[in-house]
Design a binder for this molecule. Structure first.
Ligand code: HEM
Length: 531
């Protein structure tokens, strides 16, 4: 039988040592503590994971258990180690955090279906992760579980139906065209200038923030016209990438106690959180007082539905609930789409033949954008979903670089996945940035950016091979919103400008950083020329 650190072994060892030397009581306690700690570390790192853990039969990535795969994970792009492990060890792999902390990466189609669809409330986001996200994203539909989630999702669903999102198309076009025009005015003010080096991520962040404010809440933020607007600055500071910000964020993911460190990052987070909360309070208060039945924005639809239900004597969402949803949509609904558009521009700049072909399709369907930026009154009637190559380019870009590269879940009860017993409390990762590139699903060219693949998917392709928006009751509620916004922005930009790599800057595909969203560390600098 194996010794355990909690069965008194350390105290027996300490008492044994006392027989040989006359030690004081305090020393015995100190030695017991040190012996206990060492035995606990040895037990957790070397004995439990390999001889006792119920997960020990799952294919395991070799490592030194004391620190596990930590260094490999933090020194790589998020999801890439898991991508390589799945290729080598199969669709369910076990790896380690320090001191034998076991983690599973799941790429098995049926196991993902179990986690995301069949028993989606049996797997929750770990509490530590929820607390870390709640300060910026609110406790909206993204972070609640079980019945509360079902209730909130039901209340929000009509506002995200395809017809509701289509009704928002004029907002997407207006902001897309405004961004295109302002970008031209700023960088091509002199007629002689035909080419400019432009950092595109900041433009996309501001454009998508303005869209979610207007389409989501009927709120005119105008960060495109005023780049230093407080709300934009608040999100920029929350997602800063300098060393201390990354360190503080890493510690906060472990425990909220690290909020007390008087660091610049904690001060910025506190001030950003205040700005986000006061803006969302203002938006919801205005909505609840205004009784504009014509308004088509998402929160108006939710508030109307709420009032109807209220009249029947049952209230779905309280003021705080609605405020938290606004925070969630702001946080989840702008940086994600901005990253998606900017990564697409980056991929198109590296693949000129794809960019040219896409531009031709856009110009054929939307001559008015090309003729004149001002003559866009008819544009909202144009259905971007009718452009097949545009759809393929967007899907392929979202597969190739998924803006949300992973999802974390914790098993809430003992269960079985892919024939492996999984005890309650097991941490499971569904890595979109791994699954989306597995040759087992996508074929041998899984690592190639090829929009045409969507017209000839291999027989090995399954629903869960594309995990960018997740699937099931907890999948992205804003998927249609994001896809339409992305297509409209690409139509506006590609019909006006040509994008090429800027050799003065490093290839940002090698510098992807993860802070909720997978984004380019230094933005995306491209050579942009007027067409
Ligand atoms: C390309 C852009 C987007 C991507 C890749 C994306 C991806 C995702 C993913 C992977 C999740 C599941 C997260 C998890 O449970 O761990 C999610 C959830 C969610 N997303 Fe998105 N998202 C995008 C845009 C949007 C937009 C534009 C909105 C709002 C307008 C939005 C609102 C939400 C909400 C509210 C949830 C929580 C759903 C729930 O738990 O029921 N997302 N998104």
């Amino acid at each position: 039988m194996l010794c355990r650190p909690d069965d008194g072994t350390p105290i027996i060892i300490a008492l044994f040592l006392c027989r040989f030397r006359s030690l004081s009581g305090a020393r015995v306690v100190a030695i017991s503590f040190i012996c206990g700690l060492i035995s606990w570390i040895l037990y957790r790192s070397f004995i439990y994971p390999f001889f006792q853990s119920p997960l020990r039969h799952i294919p395991t990535v070799p490592s030194i258990p004391l620190w596990g795969h930590l260094f490999q994970i933090i020194n790589s792009e998020v999801g890439v180690p898991q991508r390589n492990w799945h290729r080598k060890y199969g669709p369910v792999v076990r790896y380690f955090f320090p001191l034998g902390g076991e983690r599973l990466s799941i790429a098995d189609d049926d196991a993902i279906k179990e986690i995301t669809v069949r028993d989606c409330y049996g797997y929750a986001k770990p509490v530590r992760v929820q607390k870390w996200m709640a300060s910026v994203l609110g406790r909206g539909v993204l972070l609640v579980d079980g019945n509360e989630h079902m209730k909130q999702r039901k209340a929000l669903a009509p506002a995200f139906s395809i017809s509701s999102i289509r009704a928002l198309a004029p907002v997407f076009w207006r902001k897309g065209l405004l961004m295109t025009t302002l970008l031209g005015r700023k960088h091509f003010a002199h007629h002689a200038q035909t080419i400019a080096s432009i950092e595109m991520l900041d433009w996309m962040n501001r454009a998508t923030l303005d869209v979610i404010c207007e389409a989501g809440f009927g709120y005119e933020l105008s960060s495109l016209e005023h780049p230093t607007t407080a709300l934009r600055q608040a999100y920029a500071s929350v997602f800063a990438f300098d060393f201390w910000s990354r360190l503080t964020q890493g510690l906060l993911q472990q425990s909220q106690i690290f909020r007390i460190i008087p660091s610049q990052m904690n001060r910025s987070m506190a001030s950003a959180s205040r700005v986000i909360r006061s803006t969302t309070d203002e938006i919801v208060t205005n909505k609840l007082h205004a009784d504009n039945k014509e308004a088509r924005d998402i929160i108006s639809l939710v508030v109307h539905a709420n009032k109807n239900i209220d009249d029947e004597g049952e209230s779905y969402l309280s003021f705080e609930n609605i405020r938290d949803q606004v925070m969630t949509f702001l946080g989840a609904g702008h940086d994600t789409t901005a990253a998606a558009v900017v990564w697409t521009l980056h991929l198109l700049s590296k693949n000129q033949h794809i960019q040219d072909r896409l531009r031709q399709e856009i110009q054929k369907a939307l001559p008015s954008v090309v003729d004149s930026l001002e003559a866009h009154t008819l544009l909202p009637q144009i259905d971007v979903d009718q452009l097949p190559y545009l759809s393929n380019v967007c899907r392929e870009s979202l597969r190739y670089i998924p803006p949300i590269p992973l999802t974390i879940r914790e098993a809430l009860h003992d269960t079985t996945l892919a024939n492996h017993p999984i005890p309650k409390g097991t941490k499971l990762y569904i890595m979109a940035n791994a699954i989306n590139r597995l040759p087992e699903y996508w074929g041998p060219d899984a690592d190639t950016f090829d929009p045409d693949r969507w017209d000839k998917l291999p027989s090995t392709h399954a629903t869960n091979s594309f995990m960018t928006f997740l699937h099931g009751p907890r999948s992205c509620i804003g998927r249609k919103f994001a896809e339409m916004e992305m297509k409209v922005f690409l139509c506006c930009l590609l019909s006006t400008y040509k994008f090429e790599p800027d050799s003065a800057f490093e290839d940002q595909e090698d510098w992807k950083m993860w802070r909720l969203v997978l984004r380019p560390r230094d933005g995306i600098n491209l050579k942009v020329s007027m067409i």
